[in-house]
Design a protein around this ligand. Structure first.
Ligand code: GAL
Length: 396
């Protein structure tokens, strides 16, 4: 009898624990999320006026139509907690409160993202969610937030997987589907455990506004981030994406060629695309680049496969990405300060991937069909530039 009683109690405990645990809200990020985040351009200098104007700009300038959807406020919106522990927005910068800002963004047909940190404080020293996970998730749910970027400063000895799982469970318990963006900079290999925890995970330290550089706190340029994606592509896919960080396009440092290369490679990685510039005041060229439909389609391809670096000849690299409907994307990137002459037989390359047949070759930056795989890709690739090609099978 005692044994039966024990078994019953053990089963009851399992049931109670399984109810307490949460799970990830599914089907929220079947394609890599696209949107805008305040950090790269504004840092802590954010306020509700900027966020509203950004939402208006995204709606009216064609970005929304091109697929950009989330408006994410990053660090520094929060200032403290009230006596009950509720998180408080900075009243000087957000006098109308976050809830009304969310309504404003929603009224534009867009979604709203917020930022917090798994540790005791955010990276800018604002209150973190440690110990307040369920309360904060309830607050975000009450405000109708759609997306949470969850950082990793001041985490002490916390275990990353457990900390992010706790916030996942808190969101689930709060009952409002929210995309969970894990931002622990790739430190604890989130690609190995993040799939059932969040919808995207940062793979690296912060992007900095340069093409080929590092800084002393670990910030990385575009090339340095690309180099960290040669081995981890297989972990990314629909609902769970590698996140190589937000875009630096339109922030005044990268050349047009470098910006093309940046967006092309993020698209090759099926990366979340978060614009990081002041989209209220950008040049026509920047807007055109950010909304290049053919490039965005490669990013958003429903297979969600991340590219493989197929060849590296010194400073010339060739990346390959399978797309749906038996199509393929190729990127030729020139890392060097010198032009590189190309004469490449794509037919032989695709055969090595066991891909047969004849393909139409289209240059997605020039918006031009440039031949078929019967001919070599021939040309001069300027310094830091990219050729991005889409191959579509020709049925005879
Ligand atoms: C970093 C994070 C950045 C930004 C910043 C804000 O840890 O990687 O993307 O959110 O904190 O303080």
């Amino acid at each position: 009898m005692k044994t039966i009683m024990r078994m019953f109690l053990a089963l009851l405990l399992c049931f109670v624990l399984s109810q307490a645990n949460g799970q990830k809200f599914e089907n929220l990020a079947e394609r890599p999320p696209m949107g805008w985040n305040s950090w790269n351009k504004f840092g802590c200098e954010i306020n509700e006026k900027i966020i509203k104007e950004v939402a208006d700009a995204m709606t009216s300038n064609g970005m929304k139509a091109a697929g950009y959807e989330y408006i994410v406020i990053d660090d520094c919106w929060q200032i403290g907690r009230d006596s009950l522990g509720n998180i408080l927005a900075d009243p000087d910068r957000f006098p109308s409160g976050i809830s009304s800002l969310v309504d404003y963004v929603h009224a534009n047909g867009l979604k709203f993202g917020i930022y917090s940190d798994a540790g005791t404080a955010t990276c800018q020293g604002r209150p973190g969610s440690r110990g307040y996970e369920f309360q904060d998730a309830r607050t975000y749910a009450k405000w109708n937030v759609d997306y949470l970027k969850y950082d990793w400063c001041f985490h002490g000895k916390q275990n990353a997987e457990a900390s992010y799982t706790l916030m996942r469970d808190a969101i689930y318990k709060a009952g409002r589907p929210m995309v969970l963006s894990i931002c622990e900079w790739g430190t604890n290999k989130p690609w190995e455990w993040g799939k059932n925890v969040g919808h995207l995970w940062r793979t690296t330290e912060d992007i900095i506004n340069c093409f080929d550089c590092k800084n002393n706190w670990g910030g990385l340029g575009v090339l340095q981030i690309i180099d960290l994606h040669t081995e981890i592509g297989e972990y990314s896919g629909p609902g769970h994406w590698n996140d190589p960080d937000m875009l630096e396009i339109g922030n005044g440092v990268l050349t047009p060629a470098e910006e093309r290369l940046h967006l092309s490679m993020w698209a090759m990685f099926s990366a979340p695309l978060m614009a990081g510039n002041d989209i209220r005041n950008m040049s026509a060229e920047t807007l055109k680049l950010l909304t290049n439909k053919e490039v965005l389609e490669i990013d958003q391809d429903k297979l969600g496969i991340s590219a493989t670096r197929w060849m590296k000849y010194g400073d010339l690299e060739i990346w390959f990405k399978p797309l749906s409907d038996n199509n393929y994307a190729f990127c030729f990137i020139n890392r060097s300060n010198q032009p590189i002459t190309i004469n490449h037989d794509l037919k032989t390359t695709i055969k090595k991937f066991k891909v047969d047949g004849n393909y139409k070759v289209r240059d997605v930056w020039k918006h031009k069909d440039v031949g078929t795989t019967k001919e070599n890709v021939v040309g001069v690739l300027p310094a830091h530039d990219v050729i991005m090609l889409k191959l579509t099978q020709i049925f005879l």
